[in-house]
Design a protein around this ligand. Sequence first.
Ligand code: ATP
Length: 221
Amino acid sequence: MTDIVAFDNVVKRYPGGKLALDRVSLRLARGEMAFLTGHSGAGKSTLMKLIGLIERPTRGRVVINGTDLAKVRRAHIPRYRQRVGLIFQNYNLLYDRTVFDNVALPLVIRGIGHTEIARRVRAALDTVGLLSHEKKFPITLSGGEQQRVGIARAVVNRPHLLLADEPTGNLDPDLSADIMRLFTRLNETGTSIMIATHAIDLVEHMGYRRIALDHGHLEAG
Ligand SMILES: Nc1ncnc2c1ncn2[C@@H]1O[C@H](COP(=O)(O)OP(=O)(O)OP(=O)(O)O)[C@@H](O)[C@H]1O
């Protein structure tokens, strides 16, 4: 079992009839990092939402880390999501909580003890270079730093797979490059990563696989 992501002939048609993904078959190997590209509306977010169990496919099979997602019942979705780290364009932070508390949240939800939480949160903040910011509130941080908090929160549960949907969409080119370098480092320590992005110029020289969608179809290559 080497693939972390396996799509077989996946079709997603939204209520109302919009065909967002049309017979998509793809694999992401364990430990691989790949970029998901395509025009606005190509289906990138839909593909990510199927992996995150935010949406279900109309047809076809999605297998993540050996689990056929059709077999994951609604009550078990939170547990499934603990091993898939989700990162968003708008960071989705809680602005009335400190950096530490934002990163701790997934562990608090799991009922992990205070000492272990403190250890893991600090390790995650260290990974993203924000250890000295733990007591600050997100609003006092730059956009790039806020996204690092989002990434720390996504990795604190030690996920098998990180999914990032337009993680640099709100950042200038320098900060975007920093965030991409951070993903590269996380990948080098063994995390499988899929990043949806419009920023083709930023990623094309990085040497990673590009998975291209066009109107819900996977492009060859
Ligand atoms: N909940 C929904 N209900 C109906 N149609 C939807 C829904 N979500 C997405 N769509 C449609 O499905 C298609 C694919 O959307 P999706 O968000 O996956 O594209 P995308 O490649 O992520 O686009 P962007 O780069 O703009 O985020 C689009 O035509 C979109 O309008």
